[in-house]
Design a protein around this ligand. Structure first.
Ligand SMILES: C[S@@+](CC[C@H](N)C(=O)[O-])C[C@H]1O[C@@H](n2cnc3c(N)ncnc32)[C@H](O)[C@@H]1O
Length: 214
């Protein structure tokens, strides 16, 4: 049984274990993980999206308990839809009343999102060890309007291990204006083994298709 904490999450290697871990973690994730570790990514992703001029409709992929949605709402970005594997995490997000549609499922099976195509797609903490690799971006691109703004956090170790560099190199026809600033995942109050971990705040645009605009 995977332990509902960061070590357990990084060690995940099956869809069943991922569902079990997040079912167990959902009720305590915000307080016992995000607050205690001073988790910065949800705010960094939302702030970057808004400061780059991102607008709604936006999809928060791997929205979990809704920390990105809360911040986007505070920044005046709406409407925001969410998608996540875990129904228990989505139930917490739903209570925060900052999402329009919430859809559950494995990204690699594709999502039927009524709100697509999106003007933007954001994600915090889901492109990480034991979770989702670059192939998920192919699915997200199918949900994006031409020119849509993406802001996705990607764990630094996972970026190398899962081949995100090669992925982006092979997608220059679909991904434009890629920037990969490095950020710290946790704030100054973090403690423990991962307190100094870093990642990328990958931001790019879905390439324009002639004749479309957003
Ligand atoms: C570390 S949590 C991040 C949640 C939230 N975005 C945040 O920043 O707090 C990772 C989320 O990814 C979701 N997830 C993991 N694998 C997934 C998959 N294959 N498809 C969709 N969601 C997935 C989990 O259910 C979990 O809610």
């Amino acid at each position: 049984m995977p332990k509902p904490d960061l070590e357990g999450a990084y060690a995940l290697n099956s869809m069943d274990d991922t569902k079990r871990l997040y079912a167990d973690w959902a009720g305590t994730y915000d307080q016992d993980f995000a607050e205690k570790t001073d988790f910065q990514l949800p705010d960094l992703v939302a702030d970057a999206y808004a400061s780059l001029g991102g607008s709604g409709p936006v999809l928060d992929f791997g929205c979990g308990t809704g920390l990105v949605g809360e911040k986007l709402a505070a920044l005046g970005v709406s409407p925001v839809d969410g998608a996540d594997l875990s129904q228990e995490m989505l139930a917490i997000a739903g209570r925060k009343a900052c999402y329009r549609d919430l859809v559950s499922g494995n990204v690699l099976d594709g999502y039927q999102m009524p709100g697509a195509p999106y003007a933007g797609i954001v994600s915090s903490g889901t492109f990480t060890n034991g979770h989702v690799g670059p192939e998920a971006i192919d699915v997200l691109l199918t949900l994006a309007a031409p020119g849509a703004l993406f802001v996705l956090s990607i764990n630094g170790v996972h970026f190398d291990k899962a081949g995100f560099g090669a992925y982006f190199d092979a997608r220059t026809d679909q991904v434009s204006d890629l920037k990969l600033p490095v950020v710290r995942l946790y704030g100054p109050n973090a403690t423990g083994e991962h307190k100094d971990d870093t990642g990328y705040l990958a931001r790019f645009r879905a390439a324009y298709t002639k004749g479309y605009s957003i």
